[in-house]
Design a protein around this ligand. Structure first.
Ligand code: DP6
Length: 351
């Protein structure tokens, strides 16, 4: 989160008749992945993860408390939310109500500028924006750490989108009580000295995924013989990643990110039944990234719960990398992102 934008305003409800707030948050892409929960209800992960928040695809969410309403009303991109999406948002609002000691229902309007459910982190920006807007609408004054914990309860990766730039999400203490686990699991900013990174995003298929990341990570943890070895190696990856960021070594950052992501996909491929998000177009982009490296360009790939590829490179190389990736997937959409800001309340929209 950027310091110049305080994320919450502590304002008692009675001073704010309309209780309407809006917040904006951006997605993040993990360079060290979160894959696997040790507690499904509290969304506590098995491993720490580390990400870069983007400057593209913001989600804007408005929350208005409605004293007349018998239930929450949720609109997603202008359409009433239904099914699992509505259930997750309502459960999240219930958590905020318990924290606030209020039962007033809410009218939520959320707009993504990224395709929903396509492995492009719409749940990260979505729940980070909802956490910030809902906490303010219900009058709870939370600092950035507490907002990160709260966002985590909506979607694990959302804990990291509370912050701009690079952020690490601590898994928290294993074997602790639920309360200690919850308290210890939050994200915080990581400083990166002197790197000027870009992520070239190749959207090879923007459709919703066949298996949700939630189901896929559950199946991986329960059935994949590769899960534990990956989780162990991910700890080493994180330590190496922090050191590489600290010394501003983009090549090392990219190498570690790529091996961590490929390892995560290997765990899924070994799940029973297998989960395979990578498509022929994904592999074509991976080949173009290898060719870029052979040509002396520092470019490294990472993939999440979908076939789309994000290529980390220097900002100065972004155009060349984007051209190479476009050549590999002529039917895809390619765009360039940089590090973006943390979640923030749109104070001017309070009414
Ligand atoms: C592959 O945060 O969407 O993008 O906590 O179940 O909502 P839930 O999962 P989610 O998973 C993101 C997984 C990932 C890797 C990452 O972002 O770290």
């Amino acid at each position: 989160m950027r310091r110049e934008h305080p994320t919450t305003v502590a304002r008692p409800l009675e001073q704010d008749a309309a209780n309407s707030t809006a917040a904006v948050a951006h997605p993040n892409i993990a360079l060290i992945k979160y894959w696997g929960k040790r507690d499904e209800r509290l969304i506590l992960p098995w491993t720490d993860s580390l990400s870069m928040t983007l400057d593209v695809f913001p989600t804007t969410t408005r929350v208005r408390l409605d004293p007349e309403a018998a239930q929450d009303e949720v609109t997603l991109n202008g359409e009433p939310a239904a099914g699992e999406v509505a259930r997750r948002i309502t459960a999240f609002l219930q958590l905020v109500r318990e924290m606030a000691g209020l039962d007033r229902r809410a009218v939520v309007d959320t707009r993504n500028t990224v395709p929903t459910g396509a492995g492009l982190a719409s749940s990260a920006s979505g729940f980070a924006a909802l956490a910030v807007a809902a906490a303010a609408a219900y009058g709870i004054d939370l600092d950035a750490t507490a907002l990160s914990r709260l966002a985590r309860r909506g979607s694990g990766s959302a804990s990291r989108s509370v912050f701009g730039g690079f952020a690490v999400w601590h898994a928290g203490p294993e074997g602790a009580t639920a309360a200690q686990g919850d308290l210890g699991s939050y994200a915080e900013p990581v400083s990166a000295a002197g790197i000027d990174p870009a992520l070239v995003i190749a959207v090879v298929n923007a459709g919703p995924k066949a298996v949700s990341s939630r189901e896929a990570m559950r199946r991986t943890v329960d059935t994949s013989p590769l899960y534990r070895p990956w989780a162990a190696s991910s700890k080493d990856d994180l330590a190496d990643m922090r050191a590489a960021l600290g010394r501003g070594d983009l090549e090392a950052v990219g190498e570690i990110a790529e091996r961590n992501a490929l390892g995560m996909h290997a765990t899924m491929l070994a799940a029973r039944p297998a989960v395979r998000y990578l498509s022929p177009a994904t592999v074509a982009v991976l080949d173009s990234v290898l060719q870029l490296r052979r040509d002396g360009v520092a470019a490294y790939a990472t993939m999440d719960a979908g076939p789309n590829v994000k290529v980390l490179c220097r900002r100065a190389d972004a155009r060349r990398v984007a051209e190479a990736v476009r050549g590999a997937v002529p039917d895809g959409t390619v765009l360039v992102a940089g590090p973006g800001p943390g979640a923030r309340l749109l104070n001017e929209d309070r009414c």
